[in-house]
Write a protein that binds this ligand. Structure first.
Ligand SMILES: C[S@@+](CC[C@H](N)C(=O)[O-])C[C@H]1O[C@@H](n2cnc3c(N)ncnc32)[C@H](O)[C@@H]1O
Length: 279
């Protein structure tokens, strides 16, 4: 692939998904575009890029962006965010939302392991929210991932990563060499396509947003904009869960870290923030 083609694909990815591809990622581009070229019946990646450039066909551009997303995920990834949710978030929200419901958004859910982990956790112990019902909405930009997430079908390798064996036995049934999550768990999660850099999305309000391991692909300004929009979807008293190695420093003042709970942030109470700055 020549440098103009690399530049063309980088620009496309940045514009369409906010994803920044550094110059040393040529190997990544080639390894991900080669299967797409084959699928399209094209002899090489060069031909694929030529077709994309010449035809500007939305279907193909969408697929190119989709294959360039990194979808690494697993059940109960990093464990601590789920402990925070269980110990520090749900009991508080259970009190605050009595008589109503709690809404949780997984903002880059990949193939669904994150929202399904939350669904299983809630199902195992409904007392976590004091009986307050929970709605889980999970979104991603990748149609390929969303399709797999909706099916709830996982490989042996995927269920061996992070999922306790008791949960595997309780919530999954074996189908040939795959495992399918129960219909009840599938019903607990609504999957939708959403591009986090879309300035106009409207998802309603949430009490908790999981936004883990996606902002790392964006540049500084995109990260600021995405977090601003996420903050505007969070109810007062709501929470944001970030990835273990991620920080909001320099990217958002709408959230403040919680004490001793790495990765868990609370929406800043605007009224008390204003009063404090006026004092
Ligand atoms: C590494 S996965 C993280 C999955 C999960 N949150 C976790 O931590 O295990 C990153 C996901 O972000 C999605 N993504 C990348 N750019 C996006 C965008 N602009 N809008 C929405 N999702 C995006 C990718 O498709 C991918 O599935």
């Amino acid at each position: 692939m020549n440098s103009q083609d690399f530049e063309f694909v980088s620009q496309l990815l940045r514009k369409r998904a906010g994803i920044v591809l550094s110059g040393d990622k040529m190997y990544l581009l080639e390894s991900r575009l080669a299967p797409l070229a084959r699928k399209e019946g094209l002899p090489s990646i060069d031909d694929l890029i030529h077709v994309v450039r010449a035809r500007r066909e939305e279907r193909l551009i969408g697929q190119l962006v989709d294959v360039m997303t990194t979808n690494e995920t697993f059940f109960f990834r990093d464990k601590t965010p789920f402990d925070h949710l269980k110990d520090a978030v749900l009991p508080v929200l259970g009190q605050a939302r009595k008589g109503s419901r709690i809404r949780i958004w997984c903002a880059a859910c990949s193939t669904g392991q994150e929202p399904y982990s939350i669904a299983m956790m809630l199902d195992q112990d409904p007392s976590l929210t004091g009986g307050v019902p929970v709605e889980i909405v999970a979104t991603d930009i990748s149609d390929r991932c969303l399709e797999r997430a909706r099916q709830g079908l996982f490989t042996q390798f995927e269920v061996q990563r992070g999922l306790p064996i008791q949960m595997l036995m309780h919530y999954f049934t074996q189908q040939d060499d795959h495992w399918r999550i129960s219909e009840r768990m599938r019903q607990m999660v609504t999957f939708r396509k959403l591009n986090l850099i879309d300035p106009n999305y409207n998802m309603g309000k949430f009490d908790v947003v999981f936004c883990r391991n996606v902002l790392i692909y964006f540049d500084g300004q995109t990260k600021v904009d995405v977090l601003d929009r996420i903050a505007s979807t969070v109810n007062p008293g709501g929470f944001l869960m970030m990835g273990a190695a991620e920080s909001l420093v320099g990217s958002s003042q709408a959230f403040e870290p919680t004490q001793d709970r790495r990765g868990l942030y609370k929406l800043v109470n605007q009224a008390s923030a204003k009063a404090a700055s006026a004092a």
